[in-house]
Design a protein around this ligand. Structure first.
Ligand SMILES: Cc1cc2nc3c(=O)[nH]c(=O)nc-3n(C[C@H](O)[C@H](O)[C@H](O)COP(=O)(O)OP(=O)(O)OC[C@H]3O[C@@H](n4cnc5c(N)ncnc54)[C@H](O)[C@@H]3O)c2cc1C
Length: 451
C-alpha cells in the first residue's frame, strides 16, 4: 500500500447499490475523512440460494461492476468481500490495522429484516470493541420504525389510517435528495493506490453461474412520467405496460426511494399510495418480526391446510387449468416478475382453492421473484391468505375466471404465457371453483369461529 490514508470512513452497501441520492454515503462523507465504499457477498444469504443460476446474484454482480467502473472514474475502488459478514469484517479490521489505517466509522442504510437486525446487532459489538463508530442511517424507506404511529404511539396495523398519517407527517425533508454523488471526487474518496484493493469475486468462485439477464426483464431505472400519469387506469391489466416495474430497483436500492417518491408526488397520487404500502409492510415487519414466518393473526395458524403436493406442483408449473393462474406462474418462471393483479390471483388460488399453506407459496415466490422482498412478500401472501394485519377477509375468494374476464378480457396476457390455451393440450381445471370455494370458507370458518 502506498501513501495510506491514515483514517477513513467506510460506507457499507447492503440494500443501496448506488452512489446517487444515498444518505448513508452522505453520512460517511460528512465525517471529513476519505471514504471507502464496500460490499460483502454475504455467505449467510448466498448459501441459502439453491439455484446456481439465481438471477438476482447476476443482477447484483452486474450492478457492482457498474459501480466499480463509476468509482474508478474518481480514482477510487469498490472494496469487496465474500464470506460471513462478521468474519469478513474481522479480517478487514486486521488488514487495515496492519496497513496503518484506522477505520473511524462504518455507515450503513438500515435494514429491517430480522436476519439483518441480528447481524447488525452482533457487528455493533465488534465495531465497538475496535473503537469504530457504527452508524445506521434511514435510506431504504421514507418512514421507519415508529415515525408513523397511532396517537398512542403504537404501530398501525391497518393500512388506510397509516397512509393518512404517513401523508400528514411527510415534509420535504423526508424526500429531499441526498447530495452523495455530488460529494464524490478524487479528494473525498479513498484512492485506489491507497488501499490493498480487493477484486470483485467472480460468480463462479462463489458457486454461481452468470445468467443471461434479458434486458426486457430488467426494467429501466428511469421512472416514466407517462406511466405514472396513466397508472390509475392501466395498473390492473397485466397485458399492458401499465406499472413502473421499479420493484427490483427499490429492492436493491439501485434507485432511491426518495427519487421514486419525488416522481410519485409530481405525477400520481395512486402510485404514491403503492410506495406507502411498501413503507407499511417494512414497518409491520420491523414491529412484528414473527409475521415473516407465522401468521400475523395467530388463529390462522390453526387452519388445517390440505397441502396436496401434486396440486402444489401444478400451481408452481402453471398447469392448474385456470389460465390466469397458469399465465402468472409461467411469467414468474420465465422472467422473475409477475404483475401485481396476478400475484393476488395466484396467491389467493393457492391458499383458498388449493388450501395450501401460504408459507409454501411465499417461499416459492422468494426463490423466483427478482424483486423478492421479505416484508412485501410476506405482507402480500398474508393479505391473500387472510392471516395478515390488514388482509382480505377469509370469505373473499377470488374467482380466477371472473378475474380473467375483467382484467384480461381479450386474453392477450394468457395467450402470451400459455400458448396451448384453447387447445386440447391445455389441462382441465385441477379443482372445481365452486366446490373449492366452499371448502375454503368452511375450513377457515371451522378454526376462526369455533361453534
Ligand atoms: C402475494 C404477493 C407477493 C408480493 N411480493 C412482493 C415482493 O416480494 N417484492 C415486492 O417488491 N413486491 C411484492 N408484492 C407487491 C407488488 O406485487 C409488487 O411490488 C409490484 O407488482 C411490482 O411491480 P411494479 O414495480 O411495476 O409496481 P408499481 O405498481 O409500479 O408500484 C410501484 C412500487 O410500489 C411498491 N408496491 C406496489 N404494490 C405494493 C404492494 N402491494 N406492497 C408493497 N409494495 C408495493 C413496489 O416497490 C413497486 O415497485 C407482492 C404482492 C403480492 C400480492
Amino acid at each position: 500500500m502506498k501513501n495510506p490514508a491514515s483514517t477513513i470512513a467506510i460506507h457499507w452497501i447492503r440494500r443501496d447499490i448506488r452512489i446517487e441520492d444515498n444518505r448513508s454515503l452522505l453520512s460517511a462523507f460528512q465525517q471529513d475523512k476519505p471514504v471507502l465504499i464496500a460490499f460483502i457477498f454475504d455467505q449467510d444469504i448466498l448459501d441459502k440460494l439453491d439455484n446456481p443460476e439465481d438471477r438476482r446474484v447476476t443482477f447484483i454482480h452486474r450492478e457492482l461492476q457498474k459501480l466499480q467502473h463509476q468509482l474508478e472514474g474518481f480514482g477510487s475502488t469498490l472494496h469487496v468481500g465474500y464470506g460471513k459478514p462478521e468474519v469478513v469484517w474481522n479480517q478487514w479490521i486486521r488488514d487495515f490495522q496492519l496497513a496503518g489505517v484506522q477505520i473511524d466509522s462504518v455507515h450503513v442504510g438500515r435494514d429491517y429484516e430480522p436476519y439483518a437486525q441480528a447481524r447488525d446487532r452482533s457487528l455493533a459489538s465488534l465495531f465497538d470493541e475496535h473503537g469504530i463508530a457504527f452508524k445506521g442511517i434511514k435510506d431504504h424507506v421514507i418512514f421507519e420504525k415508529s415515525e408513523v404511529t397511532k396517537d398512542d404511539g403504537l404501530p398501525y396495523t391497518v393500512f388506510t389510517p397509516y397512509s393518512k398519517k404517513w401523508r400528514k407527517t411527510l415534509t420535504e425533508g423526508h424526500y429531499a435528495k441526498a447530495e452523495s454523488l455530488e460529494w464524490c471526487s478524487s479528494k473525498t474518496l479513498v484512492q485506489r493506490n491507497e488501499v490493498n484493493t480487493t477484486e470483485l469475486p467472480s460468480l463462479e468462485s462463489m458457486g454461481f453461474r452468470q445468467v443471461d439477464l434479458v434486458d426486457q426483464w430488467v426494467p429501466s431505472k428511469k421512472i416514466q412520467p407517462q406511466t405514472l400519469h396513466s397508472y390509475g387506469e392501466k395498473r390492473d391489466f397485466p397485458s399492458v405496460a401499465g406499472t413502473s416495474r421499479l420493484s427490483l430497483h427499490l429492492r436493491f436500492g439501485t434507485v432511491s426511494i426518495r427519487e421514486a417518491l419525488r416522481s410519485g408526488l409530481r405525477h400520481s397520487e395512486k402510485w404514491t399510495t403503492e410506495l406507502i404500502w411498501r413503507d407499511f409492510y417494512q414497518t409491520i415487519l420491523y414491529h412484528f418480526p414473527h409475521s415473516a414466518t407465522d401468521s400475523f393473526r395467530p388463529a390462522y395458524d390453526a387452519i388445517p391446510w390440505d397441502n396436496n403436493e401434486a396440486h402444489f406442483a401444478a400451481w408452481c408449473e402453471g398447469r392448474t387449468g385456470y389460465p390466469l393462474v397458469d399465465a402468472g406462474m409461467r411469467e414468474l418462471l420465465a422472467t422473475g416478475f409477475m404483475h401485481n393483479r396476478v400475484r393476488m390471483v395466484v396467491a389467493s388460488f393457492l391458499c383458498k382453492h388449493l388450501l395450501t399453506d401460504w408459507r409454501w407459496g411465499e417461499r416459492f415466490f422468494a426463490r423466483h421473484l427478482l424483486d423478492f422482498d421479505l416484508a412485501s412478500n410476506a405482507g402480500g401472501w398474508q393479505w391473500a391468505a387472510g392471516s395478515g394485519c390488514d388482509a382480505a377477509p377469509y370469505f373473499r375468494v377470488f374467482n380466477p375466471s371472473a378475474q380473467l374476464a375483467k382484467f384480461d378480457k381479450d386474453e392477450a396476457y394468457v395467450k402470451r404465457w400459455v400458448p396451448e390455451f384453447g387447445t386440447a393440450r391445455y389441462p382441465e381445471p385441477i379443482v372445481d371453483h365452486a366446490t373449492a370455494r366452499l371448502r375454503a370458507i368452511d375450513t377457515y370458518k371451522s378454526v376462526l369461529k369455533p361453534t
